[in-house]
Design a protein around this ligand. Structure first.
Ligand code: PRP
Length: 186
């Protein structure tokens, strides 16, 4: 059966089966790497809003005990703030000290968000700090950041679906798709 695409969608970049297969592979690797930890020792931290679908699928495929927590960030949009400046608007409920922390992100673009998260969480004495990121746009990188578990590298195109949005739309599409340039060039 053909998938009927919303009008604003140019084409599907990563279909549902491809994403699910990759998320399963990532979950298998992460489950191996974090084997032997107790529930309270392994904390997944999702970065809202974009990571909520990836987090749900990844976490449900892990075979090791873990806790789930979330943070919310916002970019400074006023011109007085430095480029790429990020601030936290909701912190984790759990204390990250002495826990193995895995930050779960939908996408790394310029790298400023992950750089901020490494700095903030790194200062809180976690037992370890790693990142699981579904998508990376290497062409957009402005600061070098380490991604420990990466799903896919993609070109510099505007993508939506599977948590990613354009003006808070399209987040719940089950696939990742390119937006028609006419949508964001208006
Ligand atoms: C997106 C994404 C990352 C960040 C990556 O969030 O979820 O957090 O941008 O970009 P960077 O590498 O250039 O810092 P966004 O600000 O779109 O918020 P959202 O997750 O709520 O959609």
């Amino acid at each position: 059966m053909d998938i009927i695409l919303p009008n604003s969608i140019e084409r599907i970049l990563l279909d549902e089966a491809t994403i699910q297969q990759r998320v399963q592979q990532m979950a298998d690797i992460i489950s191996t790497d974090y084997a032997g930890l107790r529930n309270e020792e392994f904390l997944l931290v999702g970065v809202l809003k974009g990571s909520f679908i990836f987090m749900a699928d990844l976490a449900r495929r892990l075979t090791v005990p873990h806790r789930v927590d979330f943070i919310a960030l916002s970019s400074y949009e006023d011109s007085a703030a430095a480029t790429g400046a990020v601030r936290m608007i909701m912190d984790t409920r759990a204390d990250v000290a002495r826990r193995h922390v895995l930050i779960v992100e939908d996408i790394v673009d310029t790298g400023y968000t992950l750089q901020y998260l490494y700095r903030i969480f790194g200062a809180r004495q976690p037992a370890s700090l790693r990142t699981a990121v579904l998508l990376s746009k290497p062409d957009r990188r402005e600061v070098e950041v380490t991604v420990d578990y990466l799903g896919f590298q993609i070109p510099d195109v505007w993508v939506v679906g599977y948590g990613l949005d354009y003006a808070d739309r399209f987040r719940t599409l089950p696939y990742i798709a390119m937006l028609k340039p006419s949508v964001y060039e208006k």
